[in-house]
Design a protein around this ligand. Structure first.
Ligand code: CTP
Length: 413
């Protein structure tokens, strides 16, 4: 379940041009189940209409301390009831006001009155962003625990390009969710793999597959949000924005052999290993060093099996470790998944039927069935890969608790 579901999230919008993107952030948070209260400053309302936010949030946008009819204690009420306050875009002025404890309108009052996590998505022109005074405010607020998302480099208003562009709304939504996620995996080490391996044919071609790396990255990000120390061994290091991957150590690999080496190095110390990567089962035996030229005739590819990384981990599984495999199937989902669960000595296998629309490889959505070694079966109907990742980690936590109960004291690493 999403960490923001049924939680009150105050969405502050200030008067930067990126204010129009805050509407998308509002939609994403509402889509995740949050009860969003939009709060627009006077300048924000010159950029975007309060009616847009009222409609998206199904909650009247708050624009003034002097509502008509008046609400009780408007300057503290919102801050006290918020589970999180996110400001996107956050202008240099809002940042300065928060740093200095200045409360001049309903948004700054809410920020001063809250004990909830505060997330800021700064957005301004590069010259402003690089001002020592602004940087000093950012550093001070960060030290005080305010969570900063972005800004990133890119096109700015007026045709300029540089640092100061507001982070992507999806990144900001992910940061809000992470801030509200209980640290249920604190102290745990989680190793995740993602992406499809590429086995070279020659200097420019490879044998590969359609895996995008999105599901594994979502598992890594969610595990980090739950407080785990996370290593992501991946062929797709840029699939998630850098802010989402904050707290995740990424190791980039390309071939099955490289993935095997990285995984075997990291796995012994891990409490949980999630093999979401689509590892090639076969590799070309003698890849050409240069580019194969078509004029030299049709080449014959001789293939050799790769090492089954997960099966090797299963055979050497330390006590207490939870091993999770993924099974991308096009037929006999349950039988194939259960066979892999047993033969690879796994705690769980996450199976998906990749022949279905919008499921698995390349999509942003997934539908999975999770089978555990203690006989449970849990179907997750078509949802985002983030939600699927949460379901996977919820089950992992149950398995970890069972392992802890079973593992004799002193036997775990
Ligand atoms: N896997 C692995 N090393 C391989 C092949 C697969 O670690 N050389 C892992 C995958 O990361 C996945 C699980 O094993 O977690 C199942 O992978 P899958 O490709 O579905 O199954 P295979 O065991 O390769 O069997 P098949 O291709 O016949 O379905």
């Amino acid at each position: 379940m999403s960490a923001v579901r049924d939680r009150c999230v105050v969405l502050g919008v200030t008067g930067g041009i990126a204010a129009y993107k805050a509407a998308e952030l509002c939609r994403l948070l509402v889509g995740d189940g949050a009860r969003v209260v939009p709060v627009l400053t006077e300048s924000a309302q010159r950029m975007v209409g309060a009616a847009t936010f009222t409609a998206l949030a199904s909650e009247p946008a708050v624009t003034s301390l002097w509502d008509d009819p008046p609400t009780a204690i408007p300057h503290t009420g919102l801050g006290q009831r918020a589970a999180a306050v996110v400001v996107a875009p956050a202008t240099a002025r809002l940042i300065s006001d928060l740093r200095n404890g200045r409360s001049g309108d309903v948004l700054t009052a809410t920020l001063l009155a809250t004990r909830a996590p505060v997330i800021l998505a700064p957005a301004m022109h590069t010259e402003m962003w690089e001002q020592p005074s602004v940087q000093d405010n950012i550093a001070t607020l960060s030290e005080r625990g305010v969570i900063m998302v972005g800004p990133v480099e890119g096109p700015l208003a007026g045709g300029d390009v540089g640092a100061g562009r507001m982070a992507d709304p999806a990144e900001i939504a992910a940061a809000v969710s992470a801030a509200l996620t209980p640290p249920s995996l604190a102290g745990r080490r989680v190793l995740v793999t993602s992406g499809g391996t590429r086995e070279p044919i020659d200097a420019v071609r490879f044998v590969g597959n359609r895996s995008s790396g999105k599901q594994g990255a979502a598992v890594a990000v969610e595990a980090a949000a739950r407080g785990a120390e996370v290593v992501l061994v991946t062929t797709e290091p840029s699939v998630e924005p850098s802010a989402c991957l904050a707290g995740v150590r990424a190791v980039t690999v390309e071939t099955a052999a490289e993935m095997a080496a990285a995984v075997e190095m990291e796995a012994p110390g891990a409490d949980v290993v999630v093999m979401a990567a689509a590892v090639a089962d076969f590799r070309p035996v003698n890849p050409a060093g240069g580019k194969l030229k078509k004029g030299r005739g049709v080449p014959t590819l001789e293939l050799a099996p790769t090492r089954d990384i997960l099966a090797a981990l299963g055979a050497a599984k330390p006590p207490g470790q939870v091993l999770v495999g993924f099974a991308a199937e096009t037929e006999d989902l349950e039988a194939n998944a259960l066979a892999k669960l047993r033969s690879k000595n796994l705690g769980m296998i996450v199976a998906n039927d990749v022949s279905k629309d919008n499921v698995g490889f390349g999509h942003d959505t997934n539908e999975v069935v999770m089978y555990t070694n203690d006989g449970t079966r849990h179907h997750v109907s078509l949802t985002t890969k983030q939600q699927a990742a949460r379901a996977v980690l919820d089950t992992v936590e149950t398995l970890l608790a069972a392992e802890r109960a079973e593992t004799p004291a002193g036997a775990s690493q």
